[in-house]
Design a protein around this ligand. Structure first.
Ligand SMILES: Cc1cc2nc3c(=O)[nH]c(=O)nc-3n(C[C@H](O)[C@H](O)[C@H](O)COP(=O)(O)OP(=O)(O)OC[C@H]3O[C@@H](n4cnc5c(N)ncnc54)[C@H](O)[C@@H]3O)c2cc1C
Ligand code: SF4
Length: 629
């Protein structure tokens, strides 16, 4: 497309959502995605990616890239800047049309109101100075829960979230930490603790694994909540996004912007989506269900976008530079490698009035640092890449029931999670005397079923299983289960992304170097959280279950990456302003997980989608008013 209004780099929760909204508002939009479209059937072998058979094993073996990263690309990693970084395969969400929103696990949470006010919270409770001394730099967000609330409602409709709102509200308000804080002013007024917008789909059915976890939570004195999941609930009739959006419009909190005043039929087509068949492969799997049971931009906003004449999606487009004109301090477009034939890349140029970067927190920082004046685009104050966060997934407990166990706990009875609890969202450091202890950040605990090891029955995969190992794994997988904490990772300046001075990708561009280590809050979480995890399985020891737990020390890098382009009011301390526009380059926006000043103790997708809707709505308002951004 010649001279579009917007070029959007990346097509996942951030980029895939904002591109749809801007195009729907009438702007000319080009989306550039470095990956291919995995959901497109291959012409030479229609069976290979045929959506009908639901062949998860085949998918696992044949999917284009086993490690989620594009061919020839990688990161390097080290724990501190005293060390030399070495090549490292992880820290990628997904590199295909739809990005991480294609292979995500569908756990769909809103942030809690207090998550936007953590600096105030720790200050009021006399913990902020200690956290500062430990190296943390925790800001309040420049926006609050109330700014996000109407967009959380819409995000849940786009993601067709299945869940039980009352159970979520009840699960939060019955926890010991909530009771400890609820009379504190800053906490009570942080936002609406009891939203009444019903999830658009009923809760996912309780599975055997979810049931056992739920009973375990209760023995610890915790609540158990059906895990909110971004998929059309099994057994539902067809899901109509348009009707769900109408509900969200009726429940709008605060002033309704012009875009959302239109009728729902102007906003969304009559496209319907089908229910999930409980195959159990959501995590790391591109659901082949007919008409997208599993949510994500590829199943929703990008489909709508593809119908619009003023939008274009270009895949296999690896952007390596945001072009910058120092005379007026504005971006003019981007340059990318067309890797349709990866052995013969072609450099192309895409001009645009505005550039929206949404490559994921690691890759967005890399792209900005490769662009603009020496030192990187928008990086006069050295903040691009800083405060990198990854959720901590390493803290988990597994129960393996004895060989004569009569039952089936395997993953085919549902997707990757089923029951969860908010009780360890803050963890007390004096478990036997909570009133004299301090509450530190923890996270959400979720039950997970083991997936059928057959999907790993190949030595092509790291950890792939064959022969006796495979047989043994097959034998125990349907009598074992686990609970896992998605632990908060508080921001520290010493955790960051920059450009590796030595290593380059296959096309000669510097790879992202990740410098990242634990801090004291993470250590406290492991020490105080581990016994809680084990307690959940305590009752099952009596029937012979073997319970083990891990402290997470090896899991420094999870699937969720955040920070690196912190949002804030102060241009010397942050990279983007409260509507995600770069302080130093006013026609560039960053809308992936990079903008998050803190990371929550829960999964980020709903927040990324809601924020992209919020930012897109603001841009539309400004441009329709005639303001030049
Ligand atoms: C296995 C897995 C399970 C997950 N499960 C959950 C879950 O259950 N719940 C939840 O809330 N979150 C989950 N997440 C996290 C979630 O997927 C991410 O937080 C979310 O996708 C972030 O969206 P994003 O817009 O920041 O970009 P990303 O998903 O990181 O996507 C970035 C996109 O940009 C593209 N891109 C990158 N660089 C370039 C470039 N230079 N040029 C062109 N394109 C580029 C990538 O190919 C990709 O498509 C999971 C992630 C993984 C990997
Ligand atoms: S569990 Fe449901 S939504 Fe998930 S991959 Fe299987 S069919 Fe799709």
């Amino acid at each position: 497309m010649e001279n579009p209004d917007f070029v959007i780099v990346g097509s996942s929760g951030g980029g895939g959502t904002i591109s749809w909204l801007l195009a729907k508002a009438g702007f000319k939009v080009v989306v550039l995605e470095q990956g291919a479209d995995w959901a497109k059937p291959l012409e030479d072998d229609p069976l290979k990616y045929n959506p009908q058979p639901h062949d998860e094993y085949r998918f696992r073996l044949e999917r284009p890239e086993l490690k989620r990263r594009p061919r020839g690309d990688y990161t390097t990693r080290r724990a501190s800047d005293q060390e030399t970084a070495a090549p490292f395969g992880a820290a990628w969400t997904g590199s295909m049309l739809g990005g991480g929103s294609v292979i995500w696990g569908t756990w769909s949470f809103r942030a809690l109101p207090i998550d936007f006010r953590l600096a105030t919270h720790f200050k009021v409770n006399g913990q902020l100075d200690q956290l500062k001394q430990e190296g943390y730099d925790i800001p309040d967000w420049p926006i609050g829960y109330k700014d996000m609330e109407p967009f959380y409602n819409v995000a849940e409709t786009l993601l067709a979230v299945s869940g039980d709102r009352n159970a979520v509200n009840q699960g939060i308000s019955s926890s010991a930490w909530y009771k400890a804080f609820k009379s504190q002013d800053h906490f009570a007024h942080a936002g609406n603790w009891k939203p009444d917008f019903a999830f658009p789909c009923p809760p996912y059915p309780l599975t055997p694994v979810g049931h056992l976890a739920s009973e375990g939570f209760k023995t610890v004195g915790w609540s158990s909540v059906p895990l909110p999941s971004g998929m059309v609930a099994p057994g539902s009739s067809s899901y109509k996004t348009q009707e769900a959006i109408e509900e969200a419009q009726e429940h709008w909190v605060g002033d309704k912007p012009a875009f959302w005043k239109q009728s729902a039929s102007k906003i969304w087509s009559e496209r319907v989506r089908d229910a999930c068949n409980m195959c159990g492969f959501c995590g790391e799997y591109l659901c082949w269900g007919k008409n997208g049971p599993k949510s994500g931009s590829r199943a929703s906003t990008l489909k709508e976008l593809a119908d619009l004449p003023n939008a274009e999606i270009i895949t296999d487009a690896r952007v390596f530079e945001v072009m910058y004109d120092p005379r007026n301090r504005r971006a003019t477009g981007v340059r990318y490698l067309d890797t349709t034939d990866p052995d013969k890349p072609v450099t192309r140029l895409q001009k645009a009035r505005y550039v929206i970067v949404s490559c994921g927190a690691v890759q967005s920082a890399r792209l900005l640092l490769m662009s603009g004046p020496p030192g990187g685009l928008g990086n006069r104050h050295g903040k691009v890449g800083k405060y990198l966060m990854f959720h901590l997934f390493g803290l988990g407990a597994t129960a393996v029931f004895p060989a004569d166990f009569q039952g089936l706990l395997h993953g085919e009875f549902g997707h990757t999670g089923n029951t969860m609890t908010f009780d360890p969202y803050f963890i007390n450091d004096k478990p036997s005397d909570e009133t004299h202890g301090k509450w530190w950040k923890g996270g959400t605990m979720v039950s997970t079923a083991k997936k059928n090891p057959l999907e790993n029955a190949t030595l092509k995969l790291q950890g792939g299983l064959i022969r006796l190992d495979l047989l043994q794994a097959m034998e125990i997988y349907n009598r074992s289960m686990e609970v896992r904490l998605t632990g908060d990772d508080l921001p520290m300046a010493r955790n960051y992304v920059d450009l590796d001075p030595k290593f380059v990708d296959e096309y000669g561009f510097p790879v992202a170097r990740i410098t990242r280590d634990f801090g004291e809050n993470e250590r406290r979480m492991f020490v105080n959280g581990r016994p809680l995890l084990e307690k959940v399985f305590e009752p099952y020891k009596a029937v012979g279950a073997t319970v083990t737990s891990s402290d997470g020390s090896l899991k420094l890098i999870g699937d969720h990456q955040m920070g690196t382009c912190r949002m804030g009011d102060d241009p010397t301390q942050s990279v983007v302003h409260p509507f995600c526009r770069m302080h130093e380059v006013p026609n560039v926006f960053v809308v992936d997980t990079s903008f998050m000043p803190t990371g929550f103790g829960l999964n980020p997708m709903v927040t990324v989608v809601a924020n992209a809707l919020r930012v897109g709505t603001w841009i539309v308002d400004q441009l329709k008013k005639g303001s030049e951004l």
